[in-house]
Design a binder for this molecule. Structure first.
Ligand SMILES: [Ca+2]
Ligand SMILES: [Ca+2]
Length: 658
């Protein structure tokens, strides 16, 4: 089906629903006005038939007594039953909990334990269709200190120009609980050689290696012969290749294109790519900034998001031209994820009618306000989608619209022909990452449907893409085509999370007292206090020192042995998402200290002489007049720590050249 045909199909559907749409258009006009006036607090439920294929489930939780209450939005049609299922994360089948009448709108589960993650499936059976909804829920899930190891694969052509930004990214990842293994690769390297680098990291530590971030124009693996969108069978870019470390990807004819249409085995690593190669901005009145500049912009946005400098609003925008589409209901991927992540009534539906006033269209709403999540579906080309914008007979939105005026979505799910080929020039998915202020991730969502509900319990966005890549039918839509396709991919940083706690301010360590005495400027978000961590290396891994969060802004490490340490402090908040409560950690702030005489672990005569040969020199041993412990402490801002991080990361980069 050509782009025009997709658009015409949608047009036919429009004619069929003409009267209905007229009513809806009026209703949507009202909601758009309401949104503008009321800051969009109100629900703006539309009447997209695709919505019925999603059960828009969210959850509220309480701890005493422990209870998870699922709630869902009523469907406008006849409903026979709702069925609720549950499973543990990682389990491969659902356990039936209850069947409810079609009028039910909630279910309370009291057979739950505080701190555990539970997954729920709610199935709505109606005379003509079946809807599915999913949440990952938890009551006060504990903090996740250690996220594992992320393999940072850097296009070596950007290593120099973006050295500062790359160091900052590595420091942010460390401050988010990751261990960073950076490898710089050449654009001319083979995908197999790049995968070998990633696989070596995985083999060295399979339990902790969890994610891969491809930065710059890292070689693109092509695989399969898929007629994914009616435009003929063709190979598609396949970053899943880099996440499936042990699958048997074959190339029988030796042309460099892998044979597989589907992943040959489960994807082990969550992979994301930030790659602005071949983004000239052909439609734009002025060319896009260059590739390196777009990467610099992205890394600055990534940093601002993680640090809580740029806040995003927990609401969603959805524009859909395909609607039912034989039960595929692509936009159900938007409705069901957004309810699970953000809660009920947070999704605004754009007017995609042919005669929609400009102000009610998807791109206009997106430029006028920020939406943390965005779904958009329409007849596509590599750099456009119909029904969502302001251009031509089909109301196209162009890649340049997502870049030039500053579309304000953060996480995008987009669907339409052609632009699944994200390696094409001015690609729409990659354009979503190129906006000046917003735009951190994008994925092609509808064939198959994608499932990001675990972000509501604090998992990163890459968790959802990996789950969706490996999914066959555990999570589903009534019709869910092309599951396990090699094309399922995330453009963007896979380690980003749904909610951000602002970090503490600068961390200081004062000398004296025989133990490092930490103090820090408070975080406005640290409602639950702070956790303190220590490592022998600036690059981690960090061990947590505080059993429960400290509520003051100071901490003395009486347990420190002799040696040089990096300390990290992270703010803690009990976060409430669309389906869970969980203890969320901010980015870390860092400072270093050298202990020459430990406060504990021996008498004063012990003076740690064996370790005095470490960095402190001899001076610390005589410097302290009071109470034994002589600590050489100095203040380190994040950039200084990053410099140390860079020094440690560089050798790996050199070793990685292949
Ligand atoms: Ca081949
Ligand atoms: Ca595998």
């Amino acid at each position: 089906m050509s782009g025009g045909e997709w658009a015409r199909y949608a047009g036919t559907m429009n004619i069929r629903r003409k009267l209905f749409r007229r009513w809806r258009g009026a209703w949507r006009g009202w909601t758009a006005t309401l949104g503008a006036l009321a800051g969009l607090a109100a629900s703006t439920r539309g009447a997209d038939p695709a919505e019925s294929y999603a059960v828009e489930v969210s959850a509220t939780v309480q701890s005493n007594p422990a209870r998870i209450t699922l709630t869902w939005t009523a469907d406008p049609g006849v409903v026979n039953t709702y069925s609720v299922f549950r499973k543990d994360p990682g389990a491969t089948n659902w356990t039936a909990l209850i069947n409810l009448q079609g009028t039910a709108m909630n279910y309370a589960d009291s057979n739950v334990t505080i701190g555990r993650v539970y997954e729920y499936q709610v199935v709505r059976r109606a005379p003509t269709l079946t809807g599915y909804g999913y949440v990952a829920a938890a009551i006060e899930r504990p903090v996740v200190d250690d996220r594992g190891k992320v393999v940072l694969v850097v296009d070596q052509t950007i290593a120099g120009p973006l050295a500062t930004e790359l160091d900052q990214l590595a420091q942010d990842l460390i401050g988010d609980g990751w261990t960073v293994a950076r490898h710089d690769v050449g654009r001319a390297d083979s995908p197999a050689a790049v995968r070998d680098v990633i696989r070596a990291e995985y083999v060295a530590d399979p339990a902790r290696t969890a994610a891969v971030l491809l930065l710059g124009h890292v070689p693109v693996a092509l695989s399969g012969n898929l007629n994914i969108d009616g435009h003929g069978s063709r190979p598609l870019p396949a970053d899943a290749y880099y996440g499936d470390v042990d699958g048997n990807w074959t190339d029988a004819n030796g042309d460099g294109v892998f044979d597989q249409d589907e992943i040959p085995s489960d994807v082990e690593l969550m992979v994301g790519r930030v790659d602005f190669a071949d983004m000239p901005g052909a439609q734009a009145s002025a060319s896009f900034p260059g590739e390196t500049e777009l990467l610099r912009r992205y890394l600055a946005k990534d940093h601002a998001y993680r640090q809580g400098i740029r806040r995003t609003t927990p609401r969603a925008l959805l524009g859909d031209r395909f609607e039912d589409y034989g039960g595929e209901a692509f936009a159900a991927s938007g409705f069901r994820n957004f309810a699970a992540l953000l809660g009920p009534g947070r999704t605004q539906v754009a007017n995609t009618a042919d005669n929609a006033p400009a102000a009610e269209r998807w791109i206009s709403l997106l430029a006028a306000a920020d939406f943390q999540w965005v779904y958009g579906a329409g007849g596509g080309t590599v750099n456009s989608s119909s029904g969502l914008g302001l251009h031509g007979a089909f109301n196209d939105v162009w890649s340049s619209d997502l870049v030039a005026p500053g579309a304000r979505g953060t996480f995008y799910l987009l669907f339409g022909s052609r632009f699944v080929e994200w390696n094409q020039p001015d690609n729409l998915l990659r354009a979503a990452l190129a906006a000046p202020d917003y735009g951190l991730a994008a994925a092609w969502a509808g064939r198959p449907h994608l499932f990001f509900q675990h972000m509501a319990v604090g998992e990163p966005i890459g968790y959802g893409i990996r789950l969706s890549q490996n999914n066959r039918s555990l999570y589903t839509n009534q019709v869910n085509n092309n599951t396990r396709g090699i094309h399922v991919a995330l453009l963007g940083d896979p380690t980003l999370r749904l909610q951000v706690v602002r970090p503490p301010g600068r961390l200081d360590i004062a000398p004296g007292g025989g133990a490092p005495a930490l103090s820090w400027a408070p975080s406005a978000d640290a409602a639950a206090g702070y956790h303190v961590y220590r490592s022998i290396a600036a690059t981690g891994p960090f061990a947590r020192l505080t059993t429960s969060p400290v509520t003051s802004t100071a901490y003395t490490d009486l347990s420190a042995p002799a040696g040089s340490f990096t300390y990290m402090v992270r703010a803690v908040r009990l976060e409430v998402s669309g389906s869970a409560s969980y203890y969320n950690l901010s980015q870390g702030v860092f400072a270093t200290a050298t202990v020459t005489t430990p406060a504990t672990g021996g008498s004063s005569g012990d003076i740690g002489g064996g370790s005095s040969g470490a960095t402190g020199g001899g001076s610390g041993a005589t410097g302290s007049a009071s109470g034994g412990g002589a600590i050489e402490a100095w203040f380190v801002a994040a950039l200084a720590a990053a410099a140390l991080c860079r020094a440690r990361l560089r050798p790996e980069g050199l070793r990685a050249k292949i």
